[in-house]
Design a protein around this ligand. Sequence first.
Ligand code: GLN
Length: 538
Amino acid sequence: MPKYIFTTGGVVSSLGKGLTSASIGLLLEARGLKVAMQKLDPYINVDPGTMNPFQHGEVYVTADGAETDLDLGHYERFTHATINRHSNYTTGQIYNEVIRKERRGDYLGACIQVVPHITNHIKSCIERVNGRVDVVITEIGGTVGDIEGLPFLEAIRQMGLEKGRGNTMFVHLTLIPYLRASGEVKTKPTQHSVAKLREIGVLPDALICRTTVPLSRDHREKISLFCNVPPEAVIEEKDVDHSIYEVPIILRKEGLDDLIVRHLGLEAGGVPDLSAWERMLDIVIRPDGEVEIAVVGKYMALHDAYKSVYEALAHGGIANRVRVKFRKVSSQDVEEKGAESLLSGVHGILVPGGFGIRGIEGKVAAIRHAREKGIPFFGICLGMQCASIEAARNLAGLPDAHSTEFAKDTPHPIISLLEEQRTVRDMGGTMRLGNYSCHVLVGSAARRAYGAEVVHERHRHRFEFNNEYRDRLEQHGFVATGINEDHDLVEIVEYRDHPWFVGVQFHPEFRSKPTAPHPLFRDFIAAAVARAGGEASK
Ligand code: GLN
């Protein structure tokens, strides 16, 4: 039977519960344990797929095609846990399933209530995830005190009772603010947050305290006394200096994994093996150089909107021992100010995925700039579609070429809907989602990167490259180098006579890890390094 760790958060949102949960997973794996990771989100949407990135940040896509919370990205980057559609449940999804069962008559005349029916269903979702693992780590989204989070807290309280104290552990993440004017750290919000949890019946076994200043012994003792946890279970999580990848190391130094192993009676003594992670971190902290990459998109004010893209770019940097500096460029600004002025001096340009017409012409202009100036270019999903539009318009002599997403009646639908998408009415969960295979052409940049003929990558889109234009664009050097043979779909496009220009219909960023950078990101950054070197020697 697996053991269960539940992470909750208090005081404020965005404390880094996802990162902390992922770090716990990494530390336990480093001690030879097998973990499963899961996030329960209290909002009503069935999944975040229909939410605006400004609301919710990026939608993270799993290999089995679920549209999920971006914290799952941290889980996949930090651990080897199997991440799939059972790794993320929302209130909406749970109610949906319970109501469906009620309509079917499965409850045999019972009156359906939050306790026990919804809470039972939540518990079954937690148990569904486990497989054959030693520890299941379940993160509860939101902040203690939120009305909508109550059924989840009630469910984990019940699990604590049912499984027994030594089989469950409650970890509460909280903020210890520092008041600069009086030079004091304040523990009161944490006391209130824990009081709230205890009112519900959840007694935390460890408190992870986010802080900007180190906690003194006195602080730890005070938190221990008022919050009813032993002093050694007051864990300091100080702001990191360089990278979020330092978090596991910080928590290790505070003895969090020892505490967990002891509390849950796990047979995983000794010292965790963090050597690969530390080697990676050493490059992050002490890189040999730097390249600057422009990311040209729609939601540049919100880092989380393209979270996995920035992460994967940083991983590409790690593979090349350089730091990747981001120039976040709004594609609408490119429309107003021109590509030349906003993109001058960058060593690579990336256009990420997206939806909607706003800023499309700016993306096309940025791609033209990359093509004409020989700047390494990486187009992802919408970025690949815009590269196809650019090629059609400016090389193949089709000035009206467009995607039917943006111009329904364009005479040259370079990007268009497949037949199966034309009849779709529901917006949620109906895109082409998750893993599809791709055959990669010998001699292409993609093939050199992958070193394999067949790859599997994750998708999230409705529109596709229109095969009727394939020959015409190939005559102008714009070549399809990756094909899904089952459906005859173009997956990768390239220019052969360009230092590095690759557009992909899928989302490689979801498969990249700091200790295993994605090959396309690795080679894109390598091309950027070459460009930076070329400039330096001029
Ligand atoms: N809007 C485009 C489509 O649906 C691209 C989607 C994306 O970039 N994820 O096909």
